[in-house]
Design a protein around this ligand. Structure first.
Ligand SMILES: NC(=O)c1ccc[n+]([C@@H]2O[C@H](COP(=O)([O-])OP(=O)(O)OC[C@H]3O[C@@H](n4cnc5c(N)ncnc54)[C@H](OP(=O)(O)O)[C@@H]3O)[C@@H](O)[C@H]2O)c1
Length: 296
């Protein structure tokens, strides 16, 4: 299998490294911006796009790779459920992928696993799911500066508030996408998604944030997603963890002490998704429509 990696940052480098160690996989890249044509137009079996979070910024890259006959796997958070951002763009690329017989998938750890695929797996052991809560406390110290600044770390408190208001500071991206993936798989119709984002400040500068998204369905809180990220969680008295609670019959909970490492977990989900993307039906799919990612 030939895999081309576009995006020579942390995620692209990590995925390329993991895949290079696998027999039967030839890795090209990771390619930077100047090598876009080689990355996207070479007709690899899978093109991994690990550049930005935003559908608008990857759409042309996805189109180019699909037109070259490649399956596309991307870490862009908005790609986990592109209809939440731009349904027309999602429909167009979905139709193009079907016409070319290839698959597009947005996946990583979050979205792509912790708030959606793992939730759906746990939900399989219960019935009558009424509501759910997923919480993560994450060590952000391994993220690069560009990602940290965009999600809200390294700003004066006033600049954080202004950045959130303008949209320049996003917090972690991908919660509505995970919620839509889970809702679609369970036949739930989300009425609206509410959002709160508050900074964690140390010495006048943001060192983390607390984020909460709530999806409302049938007039009540259905999916409560909580994310606390900090560059020094232990110093802040935070304990990293992943936890899922299902209000169902029977009620079920899952806790992962220490939590899944943000960088290692994401790189693993991406590397472990290459095979399932090649094997999948054509179109723009979500993790709910595929078998679990496996280290094969
Ligand atoms: N779903 C998930 O769980 C998950 C997991 C990991 C990462 N992600 C997302 O994936 C993206 C990459 O993560 P990362 O940690 O690798 O970030 P990173 O270390 O900042 O690397 C991003 C790389 O992509 C390049 N780039 C940025 N925008 C680009 C564009 N429009 N076209 C071409 N190249 C571009 C950057 O080049 P320059 O330096 O020239 O800007 C940089 O080399 C981020 O948006 C991140 O939030 C999602």
């Amino acid at each position: 299998m030939r895999v081309a990696v576009y995006g020579a940052g942390q995620a692209g480098g990590a995925v390329a490294g993991l895949l290079r160690a696998r027999p039967g996989v030839t890795v090209e890249g990771p390619f930077g911006r100047a090598e876009r044509a080689a990355a996207l137009g070479g007709g690899a079996d899978v093109v991994v796009i690990a550049t930005t979070s935003f559908l608008a910024e990857i759409a042309a890259d996805v189109r180019m790779a699909v037109e070259a006959g490649s399956n596309v796997l991307t870490s862009a958070e908005e790609a986990a459920y592109p209809w939440a951002t731009d349904a027309a763009c999602a429909d167009e690329l979905d139709a193009l992928a079907r016409a070319r017989g290839v698959t597009i998938l947005g996946a990583g750890l979050n979205p792509g696993f912790s708030f959606d695929a793992l939730v759906l797996t746990l939900a399989g052991a219960t019935t009558g799911l009424r509501a759910l809560r997923v919480s993560r406390v994450v060590d952000l110290s391994g993220f690069g500066t560009a990602v940290l600044r965009r999600i809200g770390v390294g700003h004066a408190e006033a600049a954080f508030a202004a950045g959130v208001a303008s949209g320049a500071i996003t917090g972690h991206i991908g919660f509505p996408q995970s919620m839509h993936v889970v809702a679609g798989a369970l036949g739930v119709r989300i009425e609206r998604v509410e959002r709160e984002l508050a900074p964690l400040v140390r010495d006048g500068t943001t060192a983390g944030f607390v984020q909460r998204y709530v999806a409302v369905a049938d007039g009540r809180e259905w999916f409560d997603a909580r994310f606390t990220g900090h560059v020094d969680p232990a110093g802040e008295g935070l304990v990293t963890s992943d936890a899922i609670r299902l209000d169902a019959d029977p009620p079920l909970g899952l806790e992962i002490p220490g939590g899944i490492g943000a960088q290692a977990g994401s790189a693993a989900v991406l590397a472990n998704s290459v095979r399932r993307v090649v094997d999948a039906a054509p179109g723009w799919l979500t993790v709910a429509e595929l078998p679990p990612a496996r280290p094969a």
